[in-house]
Design a protein around this ligand. Structure first.
Ligand code: R5P
Length: 293
């Protein structure tokens, strides 16, 4: 097995390669003056299984095209098998047509990957895990919530409550609370499909003087997290940690989360950010080591 370090996720690729004792492939790469990408994969033995590590976080389109180009190149060289490890999988939020005529971007992106030769996809806390079941290739969705909570448990001795929004929230908060030895509460959240406005509703809980973790799979514009942090603080919480797997932090959402009353932000390195203290390389390596062919 060889690990191919995509330009968007070199750090994760190098760590995964080190943990598996697998040889690393660094594709030759340049950008033409008009912005188009060039890759070359010299010295590749096609009898190998290749694992391309390349996230599709912003700039999504650039990172996605790079992944497709690398995979096409490996396929054309006759690679035995191509696995893509995509720590953050873009376009997963449009997993169905919410309004008539909407393009289902998630399906379109998975089909592009398949046609570029990707036979197996490994991602982490994808936005629409249910939609992966219909992926045109073998697909695995790894869960980074335990790693995040283990990190928080090391930083903070006493967490009383874990809150988490949306339909994935109950599972996330239950997993998190069991690791932190805390209680969990779900948060109802809904988003207007046209305006994108988010509404949240917290379960009634006395939070005076309590320490709280709010966990979400992703922080994008921060609207969901900002509202929950503000509400938890309004109810008297002493300290609030805002945690997520994928920290996109669009339009300085991090600053707004702090302004709403969070003491700390904790996230993973699926997307490199100043708060990416949790590494996902161990999770990925363990999966690759034990996965069934
Ligand atoms: C929703 O299903 C997700 O779990 C997140 O709550 C959402 O994507 C966060 O987006 P934003 O930061 O823009 O509120």
């Amino acid at each position: 097995m060889r690990i191919v370090a995509g330009p968007a996720s070199r750090g994760v690729a190098v760590e995964v390669g080190g943990m598996l004792g697998a040889e690393l492939v660094h594709p030759q790469f340049k950008v033409f003056p008009d912005g188009e990408h060039y890759f070359r994969l010299p010295d590749v033995d096609p009898s190998d299984v290749f694992v391309i590590v390349q996230g599709t976080h912003p700039p999504q389109d650039k990172n996605l095209v790079q992944l497709l180009l690398i995979s096409s190149g490996l396929r054309d060289l006759g690679a035995r098998k191509i696995i893509a490890v995509v720590p953050y999988l873009a376009y997963a939020r449009q997993d169905r047509a919410f309004l008539r005529g909407e393009v289902v971007s998630f399906t379109a992106v998975l089909n592009l990957m398949k046609s570029a030769g990707i036979e197996e996809l490994v991602t982490i806390n994808v936005h629409a895990p249910w939609a992966l079941q219909n992926a045109p290739m073998k697909a695995a969705n790894l869960d980074a919530i335990p790693e995040i909570m283990n990190q928080i448990a090391q930083l903070d001795k006493r967490i009383d409550y874990v809150f988490s929004p949306g339909k994935k929230g109950e599972v996330m908060s239950r997993t998190a609370a069991s690791i932190l030895n805390a209680e969990y509460r779900s948060v109802r959240s809904s988003r207007d499909p046209v305006t994108g406005e988010v509404r949240i509703e917290l379960e009634e809980t006395d939070l005076k003087g309590r320490n709280v973790v709010v966990i979400d799979d992703m922080i994008s514009t921060g609207s969901t997290m900002i509202q929950i942090v503000r509400e938890v603080r309004n109810r008297g919480a002493a300290r609030v940690i805002a945690a997520c797997v994928h920290g996109l932090f669009i339009s300085r959402a991090d600053a707004q989360i702090f302004a709403a009353g969070a003491e700390k932000i904790v996230t993973t390195d699926t997307i490199p950010t100043p708060y990416s203290v949790v590494r996902v390389s161990k999770l990925i390596s363990e999966y690759l080591r034990i996965r069934n062919e």
